[in-house]
Ligand binder design. Sequence first.
Ligand code: N01
Length: 502
Amino acid sequence: MTTSTPTLVDHLIVGAGFAGLAAAIKLDEAGERDFVVIEKDSDVGGTWHINTYPGAECDVPSQLYSYSFALNPDWSKVYSPQQEIWEYTKKVATDAGVLDRVVLDTSVINSAWDGVQQRWIVKTSNGSYAAKTLIAGAGGLSEPSLPEIKGIESFTGETFHTARWNHDVDLTDKRVAVIGTGASAIQLVPEVQKIAAQVDVYQRTPNWIIPRNERRFSRIEKELFRRVPGVQRAVRAGVYATLEGRVPAFNRFPVLMKAVEAQGKKNIAKAIKDPELRARVTPAYRAGCKRILVSNKWYPAIAADNVDLVTDRIAEIRPDSIVDANGVERPIDVLIIATGFHVTDPPIAQHVVGKDGRTLAEVWSEKGMRAYKGTTINGFPNMFQIVGPNTALGHSSIIFIIESQVRYIVDAVRTLRTEGVAAVEPTLEAQDTWTDAVQARMKPTVWLTGGCASWYVDEFGNNTTLWPGQTFTFRNHLSAFDLDKYDVVPAAEATPPTRTST
Ligand code: N01
């Protein structure tokens, strides 16, 4: 017997990365076991499953880039490689016993709020669900942003985005072009440079890049972390405090970033002897305005004999070459697109329809991304977005934010149950007050005053991406679900869903 109507679940979680898995684990612990996690890819792990480009590693220290409830004494290095982080997410999900409710290879086609049933009706590539709550953990950096360059579609060699690395393409002795010099490019170029015949790196804007304090954890350290978890917690607390200490330079006193710039210039001088090349890789904006990158390998790679840094604009891409604005044509075999992601226009927003029939993308097109506490959205009842507007970080671990939001969501779910509530949505007033306060705090920050263009800032000139304060203040704001800031539909007003069978 097959059902023709959606599968009923209490909670539908979209995405099985750090965010979705944390939500699943914590809901499960709270006794909210009727949930399904849908994941568009073939395994859990989110960004750490998808981003497999050579050299992919985390630029946040591993002690902090892990769940507080699942410390990992086995991290091999101060900064973990992609494979290790991916395996960690899988192990944590396995140990917590939530993998049985993860449905892989399943993407959202459309989700719409049904005001009669007070449920989200979610059509996926693999069946439909009717869920009381929709928890979006689809990731802030998941949809590749592809450059619009004249002739790019005419290129006949192999081409792929960093987040869709094609491992079938052997880059040995190839002529490779890389467009973009962000966090992904600076990790992959030093690896590609080792094997390729030639690498042309197309840089539009240089980044501030400081040295990476890289080292492996010793066997004794790992053993100590395993036997005395308090030691690992203390190390973690130390890393956390150090990173939080950087916040004032981002938000109130950008002039303090001069110290970072001095470190960045030293990093350049150490690896690059040619003054002309040094000048071309030195940013002309305040450090921190774009994400500060960490690498000991980028500048030596850029200075290598088989690498050309091209700073002239790309005029055109031809079937087997790139032509720059000076008319110089460089033949290539492989084109790597390292141009980042859709961030302030997340594609998931096009697939979520609120109670007035408008998509989230339509609502956000008016004034940019807005949400209450970065998590709930007026007009979108019972929807919770993890890593929503103004929750990302330029200075610390996003997992701290994710756990803060998940606590709030679990408390919201508990409140709905205990208070006999079918649906909640933040009042417009609460959402506006929150968003306006965050935007007011943004004004003096380095992200708006630092003299750069970055993906943090939207088309309205607002930084709707980052949290502008200390992360513990964010956690305090989300310490308990504040029902008084929400419009409420009592459970008695919801019509129970009916199931028909064929
Ligand atoms: O992308 P990016 P990314 N023509 O947007 C250039 C996270 N991450 O994938 O600066 C030519 O940073 C663009 O130039 P410009 C991290 O949060 C984390 O590298 O806009 N060039 C830029 O150089 C990071 O910030 C880790 O002038 C074009 C580059 O492409 C985020 O992901 C590792 C162009 C894009 O850089 C994104 O990083 C990797 C065009 N049309 C990533 N369009 C960790 O270690 C764009 N560019 C945790």
